[in-house]
Structures are given as C-alpha cells and as structure tokens.
Design a protein around this ligand. Structure first.
Ligand code: PMP
Length: 360
C-alpha cells in the first residue's frame, strides 16, 4: 500500500512566484509580481502596527467592519461581499464549491495560471481556449463549453497578457452560458484600466445571478504581503462561500490594513495616474528599441523578444543589473517577459538595461 493523494494533485505544477533574490546581487528591484509601485498606503502601515498589540485576539470571523468599508468605497452591499486570504483563496473556494471531479473549467489559453493550478487541485478538467491576438475569444470560449462545464474564468484585464474585454463582450459571454455555470470575473487589475468601455463586473453580478467578481488589495493598494482579496457575488454564492471558507481566513492585521487603505483619499487616483504615464513611457521606449510590447490595461507589460533564446538573454541582462522580471515559459509564452510598472526610477532602470541589451 502506498500513500497517494488524488491523482489530479500529482498533475499540478507547484506555483513559483515571489522570488526576490539573485545570487551575488545585493540591490534587487522586484518587478515580477505586479505589486503596486508605491507599497501600502501610509494609513494601512499604521493600522498594521496598531494591530500588533491585539495579536492575541482572534479576528472578527464575519469581517463586518472590513466588508462595510469595502461596500462603502465601491458602492456595494456588504452582505454580498466575502473576504479572503488573497483573492487566490476565493478563487480556490469557488472551484472547490462548484467544480471538482467530473466537471470542466473553461479559461482562455493565457489566462491567469492559478485557475489551472487550483482547478487541478479540485480534480476539474481544464479546457484552455485559444486566443485571438492574445485576447480572450468569446466565441471560442462559448464553443468550448460542454455539458460538464461548471466554471468559466475570465481575468479582465488578463494577467499576463494585459488584454481586456469590453463590457459588451463580457455580457455576450455571460448571455451565452447556461445558468448552471458560474462565470468568475477576476478583476484584480480593474483600477488600472483606462479604456472607457470597461466595467469591473459588479453590474453583471447584479444582472445575472450566476456571476461573481473577485478583487484584491495586492495590486493598486500595494498589500500583496497582507493577503487580502474580496468577492462580490449573488446571495446564493455568498451562502456557499460561507460554508466552505475557514472561520478566520483573513487575519486581523490584513483586515485593519484593508479598512485603512480604502479610506485613504487619492491613493487610487495617484497610483493610476503614475501607472498610466509610466506604462506608456516604458511601452514607447521598448517599442523604439524594436521590442514588441503588447498593449496593456494592467500595471505590467508583456514584451515579446521573438524567440525564447532572446527572451532568456534579455532576462539574464536584466538580472545582471538586479532587475527581476517574470519569465513566461510557464504561460506558454517563452519568447516573452512580463515587466511590472514600478516607480519612475525602476522603470528607468528597465529601459536602460534593455537599451544596453538591444544595442549591445
Ligand atoms: N488574479 C489575477 C489575474 C492575478 O494576477 C493575481 C495576482 N497575481 C491574483 C488574482 C491573485 O491575487 P491575490 O491572491 O494576491 O489577491
């Protein structure tokens, strides 16, 4: 007898991310995880400090104050918000609750990797739909849906491609799905979008009854280390998530930080302004060097060096200067690197390093 997990578990490639060291390099600039360029808002840092003295107390399992703060900030009913240990946890709970052995999960070919990883944990069959121009193909997604499909995932904007679907396309996707299929709109990068024909998802959640929206404090609020995400959902899904989540899935410091972060005036606006400016500057500078830069609505750009060998050489050149960006082999895009939009100085360092690389 051998101790074995369920077979689908052994098909999972462990997630690799958050790397922050290069052997032999002292000063590291980490642009590999799409973290907010400015770190956490000052009020959130204060809130985390203040919470340390209360560390012996369990957090509020119902997260009432945090849900109310999120509801007030985004104009949503707090009773229809669930918070999680990063939005990753909420994605996993949704898959656990609605997916599992014998079901199918549909996502686009270069959709966010955790849908694939977590779907496999749960035993779902993962259906990856080819994209058009690195953008989700709604017709392809609808054609891929079968009788066993229970979950459809759409990151909008998508990581790592940076592409988005306009609201009309998202609505068309929902309209083409049966009502026993949960559409998960993962809007982790919603704040960064500048296109006017975009909606983060709340409208469709309200309209459809079988759609949820997930959001995170890891990007625009610069709090990836706190692990805090939230989900806006119909009441029936809130009820289900309430049954499958752990009783204290969000810790007290994260809750306090989240409440402070959403109250911070001007934080989102300043961060978006910075991102829009530097996303364009980095894109223009790299394009001028002859590198293909995919249009992005997130806080990162996907850059295409044409071949895997050239992308690897570019990655090495960046690493030699302490710059950590994300190699894209795991996403089936080995000719690409994904670069987070950091501070002005960090963006300048990326452009300098790649200028040297391309001209060298
Ligand atoms: N969705 C997308 C599209 C992401 O890129 C990420 C972060 N890489 C997440 C969800 C997870 O975010 P978190 O768990 O930090 O909230």
């Amino acid at each position: 007898m051998t101790l074995m997990p369920r077979p689908s578990i052994l098909a999972v490639e462990p997630y690799v991310g958050g790397e922050s060291k290069i052997p032999g390099v002292n000063r590291i600039v980490k642009l590999s995880s799409n973290e907010g360029a400015f770190g956490p808002p000052p009020a959130a840092v204060e809130a985390i400090r203040a919470m340390a003295a209360e560390a012996h107390r369990y957090p509020d399992g119902g997260a009432t104050a945090l849900r109310e703060a999120i509801g007030a900030r985004f104009g949503l009913d707090p009773a229809r918000i669930v918070v999680g240990n990063g939005s990753d946890e909420l994605l996993a709970l949704l898959i656990l609750a609605y997916g599992g052995e014998g079901t199918e999960l549909v996502m686009s070919a270069h959709g966010f990797m955790m849908y694939d990883i977590t779907g496999r944990w749960a035993g779902c069959r993962i259906i990856k739909v080819p994209e058009k121009n690195l953008t989700t193909d709604v017709d392809g997604m609808l054609a891929a849906v079968g009788p066993r499909t229970r979950l459809v995932f759409l990151a909008n904007p998508n990581n790592p491609t940076g592409s988005i679907l306009p609201q009309a396309e998202v609505e068309r996707l929902r309209a083409g799905l049966r009502d026993d299929i949960l559409l998960v709109l993962d809007s982790a990068y919603a704040e960064y979008v500048t296109r006017p024909d975009y909606d983060a998802g709340a409208k469709l959640v309200d309209a459809s009854g079988t759609t949820v929206m997930t959001r995170t404090f890891s990007k625009i609020f610069g709090m990836g280390g706190m692990r805090l995400g939230w989900c806006y959902a119909p009441r029936a899904v809130i009820d289900v998530l309430g049954r499958v989540r752990g009783p204290f899935n969000v810790n007290a410091a994260a809750m306090a930080a989240g409440i402070a972060a959403v109250a911070e005036k001007g934080w989102v606006e300043c961060s978006v302004e910075h991102n829009t400016l530097w996303r364009a500057k980095v894109s223009d500078a790299l394009t001028a060097l002859g590198i293909r830069v995919w249009p992005s609505e997130g806080n990162f750009v996907l850059v295409d060096f044409g071949t895997a060998a050239k992308a690897k050489a570019a990655d090495d050149a960046l690493k030699a200067r302490g710059l950590i960006v994300r190699a894209m082999g795991g996403y089936g895009l080995p000719q690409c690197l994904r670069i987070t939009i950091g501070t002005a100085e960090e963006c300048g360092m990326v452009v300098d390093a790649l200028t040297g690389f391309m001209r060298g």
